[in-house]
Design a protein around this ligand. Structure first.
Ligand code: BES
Ligand code: MN
Ligand code: ZN
Length: 495
């Protein structure tokens, strides 16, 4: 997909398969639409009079072979007031545009975007959003389909704005973020028998081979045992798949600059272990590696843009299965930090993987440390599918991440991490239990992790509700790649 720029005062002369212009609320034609209306003998205003399109967001009408117009198609898009749209309306507008262009099967389109604006947002912001969405529109899951649908035809969007540096940077960023999101979606969508811990390690290695500033190391189980990662290893005890701790180091800035560190939960299938999950929708637990997928997706984005910042990305990749060797409820394990954990429920495995990965992260002396995990069903109950649950031991850090998410349309919500919740993790037989009872399940999971990140500027993102969709459009969303990319790019001095 490419997004290019060409300002022109004569839209009717554009050589494109489809011209896209706005109809505003009340059937008012935008300036570009009026220009087209003039050359085609008022055919457009006739349709508006007839009431075929009113100008609301979400409406669209395709017209073919209008007299006097070179392009074979004109697509009218409802744009409400056109100026100062809300972000939500603009997002709906973009989706309508891409849906229609996909239905029309056009390879390229010329879009009169200049007549639109979004409240409190700059023109480059708008371009970046459009670039992200067009990239997302080009993704289709095909890997395990013997007869996949043909790929969307759309290859190029031309916007009628000046090709200045800000516009080009925004398009490049949007494309990179979109590509990263698609990478995360693909990894999430792949089934558990393909996307194993070893598969994730291979993907990371492959990314490393492409980029000289990225080194990738895989910590194998033997080494994990030496490091004392008893918590992570307790999760992998019941499976034949080898666990992998994937460590990616990107050097985009001076060696002396401390890195920002990401840690992703990569449970490639979560059966629950001996605390076996019920059968219904258990297939969806192939998505339990979406934290890892978002880390790999974000690194894909970062590799395309090569910002001046040091980043370490760590993935704890494990499969959680029951067997004669599996960890049992009541077993006590010792984490790499030295703290002991009573495994009261083997289905609360994500925190066991993360706690050792977070302790491992300490060696990089992080400037900031973020873990991303499909951690709790309770988070889905609390926030549904629109907001990622965000926790931090430093309020200004949470604020920073909220802002990053807000600005790129990948929102999170700040949840409490109060000491009052900590006693729910008390255990008679270990330093802590791995579950905190039925109340505030997402919060107590975060409390558990906080015990391993005390010295860090740390945040935790529970993406159980936001990482994938169920139902007819079942699939991974690639969240929160956009938020993470936005945050990391804001740390670069190369703008
Ligand atoms: N991977 C799940 C969390 C999950 C559940 C994500 C449903 C998305 C949808 C996690 O490993 C898990 O099983 N958590 C348990 C924790 C409980 C045993 C304390 C849960 O949420 O039920
Ligand atoms: Mn689980
Ligand atoms: Zn899990």
């Amino acid at each position: 997909m490419s997004l290019v720029f060409k300002a022109s005062s004569e839209i009717q002369k554009q050589n494109s398969e489809c011209l896209v212009v706005s109809v505003m609320a009340g059937g008012k034609l935008s300036q570009a639409a009026q220009q087209l209306d003039q050359v085609c003998d008022k055919a457009i205003s006739a349709l508006i009079k007839r009431g075929d399109i009113k100008g609301n967001i979400g409406e669209a009408l395709a017209l073919h072979h209008l007299p006097g117009i070179k392009a074979q198609r004109v697509l009218l898009i409802g744009s409400d007031k056109g100026k100062n749209l809300s972000k939500a309306d603009f997002s709906k507008w973009t989706k309508t545009l891409l849906e229609q262009l996909t239905i029309l099967k056009v390879k390229d389109a010329y879009v009169a975007i200049q007549e639109l604006s979004v409240a409190d947002q700059t023109a480059p912001w708008l371009i970046e959003q459009l670039a992200i969405e067009t990239e997302l529109n080009s993704y289709q899951y095909r890997s395990t389909l013997s007869k996949p649908k043909p790929a969307p035809a759309l290859k190029k969007l031309t916007l009628n704005t000046a090709a200045n540096k800000a516009a080009r940077v925004a398009a490049e960023r949007g494309k990179a973020v979109g590509t990263g999101i698609n990478t995360a979606r693909e990894l999430g969508n792949l089934p558990g028998n393909i996307c194993t811990p070893s598969y994730l390690a291979k993907q990371a290695k492959a990314l490393g081979r492409q980029h000289p500033k990225l080194t990738v190391n895989i910590v194998e189980e033997k080494k994990m045992r030496e490091l004392g990662m008893g918590a992570l290893l307790s999760v992998t005890a019941g499976t034949d798949q080898a666990a992998k701790l994937i460590v990616m180091e990107y050097k985009g800035a001076a060696k002396t600059k401390r890195p920002h560190v990401l840690v992703g939960k990569g449970v490639t299938f979560d059966s629950g272990g001996i605390s076996l999950k019920p059968g219904a929708r258990m297939d969806e637990m192939k998505y339990d590696m979406c934290g890892a997928a978002s880390v790999l997706g974000t690194m894909t984005t970062i590799m395309q843009l090569q910002p001046n910042v040091n980043i370490v990305a760590i993935i704890g990749a494990v499969e959680n299965m029951p067997s004669g060797n599996a960890t049992k409820p009541g077993d006590v394990v010792t984490s790499m930090s030295g703290q002991t954990i009573e495994v009261l429920n083997t289905d609360a495995e994500g925190r066991l993987v993360l706690c050792d990965a977070l302790t491992y992260a300490e060696r990089f002396k992080p400037q900031s440390l973020i873990d991303i995990a499909t951690l709790t069903g309770a988070c889905v109950v609390a926030l549904g599918s629109h907001a990622t649950g965000l926790y931090s031991n430093q309020d200004d850090f949470a604020e920073e991440l909220l802002t990053a998410g807000e600005s790129i349309g990948d929102r999170a919500w700040h949840m409490p991490l109060w000491d009052e919740y900590q006693p729910q993790l008390n255990s008679n037989f270990a330093d802590m239990g791995n579950i905190g009872g039925p109340e505030g399940g997402s919060i107590t999971a975060a409390c558990f992790l906080s015990r391993f990140t005390k010295k860090q500027r740390w945040a935790h993102m529970d993406i159980a509700g936001t990482a994938w969709k169920s139902g007819a459009s079942k699939g991974a969303t690639g969240r929160p790649v956009a938020l993470l990319s936005q945050y990391l790019l804001s740390k670069s001095d190369k703008k």
